[in-house]
Design a protein around this ligand. Structure first.
Ligand code: PEP
Length: 251
């Protein structure tokens, strides 16, 4: 079975609701120009998840959140529960993004709890892994990704693993304009799949592994052509419908 091809847009802390709705509508409007085989996901800020779900209704574009709480409900001021996200009609949640690991102290411990919340509420996690520049230069990128997977993904059941998307995002390539070369991406994606295979066996062949880090229309096709790259998690270029869709044409 061919793996799912996915292009997911992480809007980060960009767009006010009206802009988000307009962006989502533009993606819907242009979606027909891209192969039906590509699964598009948009991940707006919490504030307009509901309006974006409404804006993509009737299309095959899915909506995801950029994070969720470690707990189910209760006295956790400022947090947003997976149950709330799912209730809006979202299907995905990004977990472990490097910006959350770096700026908000996200750890494997908190991520294990968030993954549990996501699954308990029927959300598919897009679990991000990736090394920073220092780790890459020291040749530690394999070990870093392995640990990020072992400490979280290895705790999943087989059933949960069958409903997981992984995003490899080298921190040094995020928002910097520096992209991993297609060969660098393939090398580590194949390695990540090997790590997954060591725990989940043949099911690892079905797990989509997305590349993220300054992916844009001009480099998507070369990266997506690699055997173990199943699409992209797109930051900056997801804020322009035309570019986001053009990345989908990279398949
Ligand atoms: C991201 O943060 O998920 C990302 C890939 O960002 P960018 O495409 O802007 O590098």
């Amino acid at each position: 079975m061919a793996r799912k091809k996915i292009v997911a847009g992480n809007w980060k802390m960009n767009t006010v609701p009206a802009e988000g709705v307009e962006l989502a509508k533009s993606v819907v409007a242009g979606r027909g120009e891209v192969c039906e085989c590509v699964n598009f996901i948009v991940c707006p800020p919490f504030t307009h998840l509901s309006q974006v779900v409404e804006a993509v209704k009737g299309s095959d574009i899915a909506v995801g959140a950029q994070d969720c709480a470690t707990e189910a409900k209760g006295a956790y001021t400022g947090e947003v529960a997976a149950q709330m996200i799912a209730a809006l009609g979202c299907k995905y949640v990004i977990l472990g993004h490097s910006e959350r690991r770096q700026y908000y102290g996200e750890t494997s411990e908190s991520l294990n709890k968030k993954m549990a919340q996501a699954y308990a509420n029927g959300l598919t996690p897009i679990y991000c892994v990736g090394e920073n520049l220092e780790e890459r230069e020291a040749g530690n990128h394999f070990a870093v990704c392995k640990a990020q997977i072992e400490e979280v993904v290895f705790n999943l059941t087989e059933e949960q693993f069958a409903n997981l998307v992984i995003a490899y995002e080298p921190v040094w390539a995020i928002g910097t304009g520096k992209t991993a070369t297609a060969d660098q991406a393939q090398e580590i994606h194949a390695y990540i799949r090997e790590v997954l295979r060591s725990k989940f066996g043949a099911a690892a062949e079905e797990c989509p592994i997305l590349y993220g880090g300054s992916c844009k229309p001009s480099n998507a096709a070369e990266i997506f052509a690699k055997a173990d790259v199943d699409g992209g998690l797109i930051g900056g270029a997801a804020l322009k419908a035309e570019d986001f869709l053009a990345i989908g044409k990279g398949f």
